[in-house]
Design a protein around this ligand. Structure first.
Ligand code: SF4
Ligand code: SF4
Length: 133
């Protein structure tokens, strides 16, 4: 499979980090948009799944701070449908890891009191593992 494009030298390091952490070859993405049209969460994202790929390819730091990477539910619908065989869920996971390396939690555990009463314990544990550094 040929690589499609892109990677400017300037932001190459971020792209390389994403590839290293995710194990995915993000340059293979051809921006077909199938991931976006397949994603059940896309309407709530500030960057579409295809946008996540594009930002990652060009090493645009804004993708690391996007809401979209947290809204991704790792449902793997895009992964199954991608014609280039890219596991976008893994790319989102890598981006969350890069974000958490800044040591900023994505939820405030001190303000979960009401939610804690409503949720099953396993959901709380999963949320803490996903959203905190
Ligand atoms: S479906 Fe695959 S190739 Fe198409 S835009 Fe999404 S990640 Fe890129
Ligand atoms: S894995 Fe994430 S980006 Fe892909 S379809 Fe599911 S929610 Fe959307």
């Amino acid at each position: 499979m040929s690589e499609v494009i892109y990677m400017g030298e300037k932001n190459k390091k971020l792209s390389e980090k994403i590839e290293e952490l995710s194990g995915e070859k993000i340059t293979l993405c051809e921006q077909c948009g199938i991931c976006t049209t397949s994603c059940p969460m896309a309407d709530d994202m500030d960057i579409t799944p295809a946008g996540i790929m594009r930002y990652s390819q060009i090493g645009d730091e804004r993708v690391v701070d996007s809401e979209a990477i947290w809204i991704c539910a790792s449902c793997f619908t895009c992964t199954v449908r991608c014609p280039r065989g890219i596991d976008l869920a893994k790319v989102a996971e890598a981006l969350r890891e890069l974000n958490l390396r800044k040591n900023v939690d994505h939820i405030d555990v001190n303000h979960l009191d009401e939610e804690l009463n409503e949720l099953p314990a396993i959901a709380v544990v999963s949320a803490l593992r996903k959203f905190t550094s």
